[in-house]
Design a protein around this ligand. Structure first.
Ligand code: AKB
Length: 342
């Protein structure tokens, strides 16, 4: 009896999961989608998946059942507690973000043993792995490359940085003292995502959430008190570009890749610039700035911009949306439609 060959997506019901399932289901391909999340998927998302499971990546029994029924050939491990939420429960965040990732890496390497092919393991890392000590240094640093300021100031950033190293270990050094080398093993590939802005989902638990929160509030004529200063500046990207980047990196030929972990960038507006564009798109938007100094401190530790030349060179990364088209072609029309229907 052959198990069903699938691409496994954890955190499937999350912001990135929504976009990825839509794109993967449209793309088709030989692998069915197996979606795993602690929450039930929406009916629309479920309709795009061949199989859905409700459960946690920490549930060893569930993962064991998954292995008995499905043959995973690729994994998108999206399940995570984001930066702000992780600060309220740092130990739980460690268990979910690191323990969950370890479980999935172990599952992937076992799967590759069963079917004898390398399992592509796609891992979303984050700009939160960077830790810049102060604003003067942030200003001087400008576009930060992948090998700078690797001193995260949050549990989430520490978790993600460690998981990058875990992925590299499983990909290149796993069981290196065993008599028999892993025949197939896993092919771990990771992107350090900037703040992602979606027109179709509202963020939860991130510190870069002020951008999407502001825009979605304005579209609903709700007042929004922004928790960072007007001059706060970090890199952002339209969600569709983030999904495209994941798929493009997955499709890249192994020999083209000079790194396991890549930066990608698109635009890096200040919070004030985002507010200005939001007021233009939604006249009368009630936006105020009431910085939460603690959350502001996290944003100040993240780079103002990233150097993504390695991704552009190795696998042809190029964002489809700049700040203007993100607002005028992606966010505003879709968000207007979303709330008009509501
Ligand atoms: C967060 O704010 O925690 C995330 C991220 C930048 O990784 N959106």
């Amino acid at each position: 009896m052959r198990r069903k060959p699938v691409v496994l997506i954890t955190g499937a019901s999350g912001e990135m999961g929504h976009g990825l399932i839509e794109r993967l289901s449209e793309r088709g391909g030989s692998l069915d989608i197996l979606a795993l999340d602690i929450r039930e998927l929406s009916p629309e998302l479920k309709a795009r998946c061949a199989h859905t499971l409700v459960g946690a990546t920490l549930d060893q029994f569930l993962l064991g059942r998954l292995v008995s029924e499905f043959e995973s050939h690729a994994v998108f491990h999206l399940a995570a507690l984001l930066s702000t939420r992780s600060e309220f429960t740092p130990e739980t965040a460690h268990q979910v973000n690191v323990g969950g990732t370890l479980n999935l890496l172990k599952l992937a390497v076992e799967q590759s043993r069963w079917h004898g092919q390398r399992v592509k393991f796609m891992f979303p890392s984050t700009i939160a792995i960077y830790g810049i000590p102060d604003l003067a240094t942030k200003q001087r640093a400008g576009r930060v490359n992948e090998d700078q300021f690797l001193t995260p100031a949050t549990m989430y950033g520490a978790n993600k940085l460690y998981c990058e190293h875990l992925g590299r270990y499983y990909s290149r050094h796993y069981r290196q003292l065993a008599v028999e080398k892993e025949r197939a093993g896993i092919d771990f590939r990771s992107i350090r995502f900037p703040g992602l802005i979606s027109a179709f989902t509202v963020p939860s638990g991130g510190t870069s959430d002020y951008a999407p929160e502001m825009i979605h509030a304005a579209a609903q004529d709700q007042p929004y008190a922004c928790f960072v200063r007007e001059d706060a500046r970090i890199p952002f990207m339209a969600m569709p570009d983030g999904i495209d980047a994941l798929l493009r990196l997955m499709d890249a030929a192994p020999e083209a890749l000079t790194r396991v972990v890549y930066n990608i960038g698109a635009f890096n507006p200040s919070a004030g610039e985002i507010a200005e564009l939001t007021r233009k798109a939604f006249p009368g938007a009630m936006i105020s700035f009431q910085p939460d100094l603690k959350r502001q401190g996290i944003v100040d530790s993240w780079p103002a911009d990233v150097d993504d030349s390695a991704a552009r060179r190795d696998w042809g990364w190029k964002p489809a949306h700049d700040l203007g088209t993100t607002f005028h072609e992606y966010l505003v029309p879709n968000i207007r439609q979303r709330y008009a229907r509501a």
